[in-house]
Structure formats: structure tokens, C-alpha cells
Design a binder for this molecule. Structure first.
Ligand code: DQA
Length: 148
């Protein structure tokens, strides 16, 4: 059975209450429920973590190849600032899919640059909660079609 890790970055625990005009009313629990249903229907194991702490996210990524086949991450604000998270992703050899609820390329200038995108397998941005679903589907596809 393939094993997937979903990481929600900082402030995503506040979804549903936070800038609803940008992120919508969907809560992290609702997103997680949908992800779990998809994982179940696809026969993959899923672990979901949320952290507001850069170092904790670095540690989760670093430990992930021992336990998981792919990672889906919304690095949130760290997308635009964290060389440490980028380096952690570059250091591992399992596929990492970057997701964003909002379309970061249609927002403020500082959000239009992702330090993560060059080291991620790919990115899904702008589809609200659906970005996570597409990201998980991509991760499952990538692990099923992985060479070696
Ligand atoms: C976000 C976009 C980031 O710019 C922002 O800091 C977030 C959420 C998104 O999912 O749209 O916290 O990653």
C-alpha cells in the first residue's frame, strides 16, 4: 500500500475563519475529511499534519522518505521565504507536490515567487480545497508511475 503525507503549513489551521474572501469558508477538517475519503477510495494510506513551525516542517520532510512514498505540501507563507524547506525538499528522493488554495500568481508581488516550485515535482494553485485533491491525485499517480 502506498503511503502519502500531507503537510499544511502555517496559519492553515485557521481556514474557514481566516480571510474568507481569499481562502473561502472551507475548514482544514473538511479538507482533511475529503482527502481521507479519496485516500480510502484509492487504497492508499494517508497521514496529515499541520504545523506553524518552519523547523518542524523541515523535520517532517526530512523524515518522510522512511515512512512515505510521496508528500503533498501547502507551505503557506513559507512558500515565499523558506530556503530551509526548499533545501529539505531538494534533499529527499520521493515526489513532492506543492499546493495552494489561492492562485499565488494573481496576488501580491511577494506571493508570486515560490522558492519551493523549482524543487517540487509540480504545483497546483488556485482551486481552493480542490487544489489539495488534485495534489493528492497527482502524488498517487506519480508513485504509481515511478521509475525504479
Ligand atoms: C497559500 C498562499 C500563501 O501566499 C499564503 O501565505 C498562505 C496560503 C494558499 O494556500 O493559497 O498562507 O499557500
Amino acid at each position: 500500500m502506498k503511503r502519502m503525507l500531507v503537510i499544511h503549513g502555517p496559519n492553515l489551521g485557521l481556514l474557514g475563519k481566516r480571510q474568507v474572501d481569499v481562502y473561502g469558508k472551507v475548514t482544514i477538517s473538511e479538507i482533511n475529511k475529503d482527502l481521507k475519503a479519496i485516500a480510502k477510495s484509492k487504497g492508499v494510506a494517508l497521514e496529515i499534519r499541520q504545523s506553524d513551525h518552519e523547523g518542524e516542517i523541515v523535520e517532517l520532510i526530512g523524515a518522510s522518505p522512511a515512512k512515505f512514498d510521496a508528500v503533498v505540501i501547502n507551505p503557506a507563507a513559507y512558500t515565499h521565504t523558506s530556503v530551509a524547506i526548499r533545501d529539505a525538499i531538494a534533499a529527499i528522493d520521493i515526489p513532492v507536490v506543492e499546493v495552494h488554495l489561492s492562485n499565488i500568481y494573481g496576488r501580491e508581488d511577494f506571493r508570486q515567487k515560490s522558492l519551493i516550485a523549482p524543487v517540487a515535482k509540480g504545483q497546483v494553485s488556485g482551486f481552493g480545497a480542490m487544489s489539495y485533491i488534485l495534489g493528492l491525485e497527482a502524488a498517487i499517480y506519480l508513485t504509481a508511475h515511478r521509475q525504479s
